[in-house]
Design a protein around this ligand. Structure first.
Ligand code: 3H9
Length: 644
């Protein structure tokens, strides 16, 4: 076995060469990995003892795609398309052996291999759309040739990860290995291919699935019309439809050129810059900046949930799904009757819709114990209370404090609670945290984790670790009432109310937010919780504008207070980073991700303009628009919120 530098190694077994790449954390296809692939394949093609080649990855996953951090920098050779061309034209059978997640450029690489085998737990997919991109290394031309253009449209425009079993059914992979035996099974698979002696299969040569009579003539128009709502405002989905359209219309190499041109356009677009920024912002939010001496999160293996509210039940089920032992205490009803019914109903619906099998449900239900006695929580590592009554919350936390293990972390949920006050009333103030599980309309993924001055670094790290483990995004906030989400969005709501009172029709405000990119259901959420009752205003104002106001000015009147409030939160240390505010606005209130969130957007339009507009608004509408000192400082220094 030869060890080719730090990230790749080659071993030859029974005439099969195995090139293993190991570049943590996710084997992204950065320049070093591309070089290692290029050299490794060249070496094995020249090696006469090698009859077939397997591409394998070390660590937690197969290639997770192009290295996103390289976008925006000068490209370095070899470029990914050149490496993939070499793989596809390799004279020996080349097999991708995938585990973890083979995504984007990683799955496109697998599509240039002659065969694809995957671990049963592997997932494959082309999620570039989520970064405002399209698969730019042949994915839009090869996938339609494997699964047909209709399925390719669905897979690439949604960007979902496809589990191995489904990928096999669709033809996205050729075989599934035994779990934990990927290497051995891939070698056996290679030997079987050699024994059969079949000619090399290249996807680029397969045209039966894209033949004109194999899909409806109006496929692309119908797809565009059916998905108009979810594609609204985004640039990438339309480009993807065009690239897949080329795959069925023009020869393969011309299709590749078309794909490349569309990819370059997206790569240079502000939408993709914003979405790539958001990708890193979401991951950055999980890091606890300024938290000295974190000795690492305390592992959470058992969780207590107090209160049978819908959110409590949702979190209990997510925790069970993540493999944690869960105890749900529903103090109000005997033996957790309400919680028991809600959980049973939710699981029955999952089985009915085909999202889960009865066996999976039985396994998960086994992990959830239901009771009405808080003493049963004595073994829990973390307990979250979900009561709806503020006074009751305080009482529950104190009671838990008295009876559970001294190292158990106590979390109180909600967004208007005085976490600090609650913490200091306990015997373990350093282990009390606040958690705001944001009930956003379509994607309840956001959790704001509140750290007080007395909170220990380990406790907050553990709480955030738990949030990530259950598949939610944790953002750290200060202990102030309202956390980040409510603070920034009520700044918008206050101005909306004032504008309506001055004669702007509510429908116009909604239309402006919609055109900016807020989804309709989020606007409803904002209008319901913050703008107040629109109908009441609209009858009062007769839906006509009393004072002529420019649409742009009106929109800025709604959005700039959010930026200003974000800056104030940073000043007051209620938020750690500007990018955290963007994550909260996007996940919590549907701020369009292709605009990057309020702080990224403010940098985009320029902070000097933000400051001068705020000053104009202040002259017209009063002190609510007084610019934050941090914003003034940034402008004076020529600095930004989110750029370097
Ligand atoms: C593409 O392929 C374009 C091509 O079509 C065309 C080319 C010509 N690059 O998410 P995690 C980092 S576009 C750079 O916390 P998980 C991430 O920032 C790409 N860095 O782990 C984090 O860093 P840190 C298409 C990346 O286990 C660390 O890895 N591919 C990349 O929860 C761990 O990440 C995608 O869109 C990357 N591609 O989830 C897949 N990926 O520790 C994007 C991750 O410093 N990646 N990092 O914070 C993912 O979806 C998830 O990372 C994955 C693992 C599911 C792989």
């Amino acid at each position: 076995m030869s060890n080719k530098g730090e990230i790749s190694s080659i071993a030859v077994e029974d005439g099969v060469g195995v090139l293993t790449i190991d570049s943590p954390p996710v084997n992204a296809l950065g320049v070093a990995v591309r070089r290692a692939l290029d050299e490794g394949i060249r070496e094995m093609v020249q090696d006469t003892s090698v009859d077939a080649i397997i591409l394998l990855c070390g660590g937690r996953t197969f290639f997770a795609g192009a290295d996103i951090s390289e976008f925006g920098k000068a490209p370095q050779v070899p470029l990914l398309p050149a490496v993939l061309e070499k793989i596809e034209n390799c004279p020996k059978p080349l097999i991708a052996a995938m585990h973890g997640t083979a995504l984007g450029g990683g799955y496109e690489l697998a599509l240039t291999c002659h065969y694809r085998i995957a671990a049963p737990s592997a997932k494959v997919g082309l999620p570039e759309v989520k970064l405002g991109l399209l698969p730019g290394a042949g994915g839009t031309q090869r996938l339609p040739r494997l699964v047909g253009p209709a399925m390719a449209l669905d897979l690439i425009v949604k960007g979902d990860q496809v589990p191995a079993v489904q990928a096999l059914q669709l033809g996205m992979i050729d075989a599934i290995a035994r779990e934990g035996q990927l290497r051995e099974d891939a070698i056996a698979y290679a030997r079987a291919i050699l024994a059969e002696g079949v000619p090399l299969r290249r996807i680029r040569d397969r045209n039966e699935k894209i033949a004109p009579d194999s899909f409806p003539a109006d496929l692309f128009d119908t797809f565009r019309a059916a998905n108009a709502a979810s594609m609204r405002g985004f640039k990438a989905p339309g480009h993807i439809v065009q690239a897949i359209g080329a795959s069925v219309r023009v020869p393969f190499d011309d299709g590749l050129l078309r794909e490349r041109a569309l990819f370059q356009e997206l790569r240079a677009s502000r939408e993709s810059a914003a979405q790539r920024y958001y990708f890193f912002a979401e991951r950055e939010a999980a890091k606890i900046a300024g938290n000295q001496k974190v000795s690492g999160p305390v592992p959470i293996t058992s969780v207590g949930i107090v209160g049978g509210t819908a959110m409590g039940i949702d979190i209990a089920m997510a925790a069970a799904d993540a493999g944690l032992a869960v105890t749900v205490i529903d103090i109000d009803t005997a033996a957790g009757g309400r919680a028991r019914r809600s959980i049973a109903d939710a699981y029955a619906a999952a089985v009915h819709d085909g999202r889960m099998t009865a066996e999976e449900v039985a396994r998960l239900q086994d992990r959830i114990a239901l009771a009405d006695d808080p003493a049963l929580l004595s073994a829990s590592d973390l307990i979250v209370e979900f009561d709806e009554d503020p006074a009751e919350k305080q009482r529950i936390i104190r009671r838990l404090d008295a009876i559970v293990r001294t190292d158990t972390i106590l979390a109180t949920s909600g967004n208007t609670i005085d976490v600090e006050g609650m913490a200091v009333s306990c015997s373990r103030p350093e282990r009390v945290v606040g958690m705001h599980f944001c009930a956003s309309a379509d994607a309840p993924r956001l959790v704001e984790a509140a750290r007080c001055a007395v909170t220990s670094p380990e406790a907050i790290a553990s709480a955030m670790h738990f949030v990530r483990r259950i598949g939610r995004v944790a953002v750290l906030t200060g202990p102030r009432r309202g956390f980040i989400a409510n603070r920034i969005m009520s700044a918008m709501a206050t101005q909306a109310r004032a504008a309506i009172a001055e004669g702007s029709p509510p429908g116009l405000l909604e239309a402006l937010l919609y055109d900016y990119g807020f989804p309709a259901d989020h606007i409803q959420q904002i209008s319901g919780t913050a703008f107040g009752d629109f109908d009441q205003y609209s009858t009062a104002t007769d839906r006509t504008r009393q004072a002529p106001v420019d649409d742009e000015e009106l929109l800025e009147r709604l959005l700039l207070p959010v930026v200003n409030e974000g800056a104030k939160l940073l000043e007051e240390k209620g938020a750690t980073r500007a990018s955290d505010i963007d994550v909260v606005a996007i996940l919590g209130y549907g701020w369009p991700v292709y605009r990057g969130g309020p702080m990224f957007w403010a940098d985009e339009i320029g902070l000097p303009r933000v400051l001068s507009t705020l000053n104009e608004l202040r002259a017209r509408h009063g002190e609510a628009f007084r610019p934050s000192a941090l914003l003034e400082e940034k402008v004076a220094l020529g600095a930004s919120f989110t750029r370097g």
